[in-house]
Design a protein around this ligand. Structure first.
Ligand SMILES: *Cc1c(COP(=O)(O)O)cnc(C)c1O
Length: 268
């Protein structure tokens, strides 16, 4: 793991663990022959499902929010090149995508045997996949941090933590108070219990999902990190360290869950 060197850190040490979370979340979701899932036009999850489908010989269907725009953006073009069938749902129907009614319609169209993954890919299998991450870190640490979108990654990391460590998530959505319940629900679904070793900081959403500010943009640029998730976590973490939120000597692992994409600046 690479150490983050920043004069603001003082006696606190931060290590970066590069680990793409989308493939990890899919690992135990791949034993099917047809997978359908949901996402926005720039969704990392859509692309990860398409790539996994191509690798494992699984038919994939991506249900994209909104209307089709041609030519496809690089993210959707990559999904299509992997063989994913793209279909679109208007925003009103998309909001109801996890309801019985919309899912029944999708099953009628794509077959009863289609396995539907939720948006962002957070289900019990995804949580079990992410629970393997802490076991792959051999260095000593006190706190492990990750960005939080739908909460599956944090739910898994927390479940896999050794005794005495804690997990701290940084929400990238605005008004994400519901995530507390969601992480607990995902842990119960995956393992039949919850863990008391995690918390979510809600203060570094920078206006909401995929929103940014000049300060966050400059930070992402300076550190060369993905900006929708990773930059918000690292910015928040460094800010908390400067405020004295961690005792001197604390060792923190920051999970770098994705890489900056080319064309990142064009993301909505
Ligand atoms: C999807 C994603 C996350 C969020 O993961 P959740 O399990 O939805 O909380 C974090 N970082 C990156 C880079 C992502 O693509």
């Amino acid at each position: 793991m690479e150490e983050l060197l920043d004069p603001g850190l003082g006696q606190v040490r931060v290590f970066m663990k590069h680990d793409d979370n989308k493939p990890r979340k899919l690992r135990y979701n791949l034993g099917h022959h047809r997978l359908l899932t949901f996402g926005g036009a720039y969704s990392n999850h859509i692309r990860a499902v398409a790539e996994a489908g191509a690798r494992h010989g699984i038919e994939t269907i991506g249900v994209i929010r909104g209307e089709e725009h041609l030519p496809l953006n690089p993210s959707l073009a990559r999904a299509a090149a992997c063989g994913m069938t793209l279909t679109y749902l208007d925003r009103a129907a998309y909001r109801r995508k996890h309801t019985e009614e919309v899912q029944a319609r999708l099953r009628a169209r794509w077959g009863d045997d289609v396995v539907i993954l939720p948006e962002g890919g957070s289900n019990a299998a995804a949580v079990r996949g992410c629970a393997e991450l802490p076991g792959e870190i051999s260095e000593d640490y006190d706190v492990i941090c990750c960005p939080v979108g739908t909460g599956g990654t944090l739910a898994g990391i927390s479940a896999g933590l050794p005794e005495g460590r804690r997990a701290l998530g940084f929400a990238v959505l605005k008004g994400a108070g519901f995530l507390e319940g969601e992480v607990a629900r995902l842990q119960r679904e995956a393992f039949g219990r919850t863990w008391p070793n995690w918390s979510i900081n809600l203060d570094y959403h920078f206006g909401g999902y995929a929103r940014s500010t000049p300060a966050l943009d400059a930070f992402a640029e300076r550190h060369g990190v993905e900006r929708i998730y990773v930059a918000k976590m690292l910015f928040g973490l460094l800010d908390l360290v400067r405020q004295g939120a961690f005792a001197p000597g604390t060792r923190i692992v920051a999970v770098i869950t994705g890489r900056p994409s080319t064309g990142q600046e064009r993301r909505p």
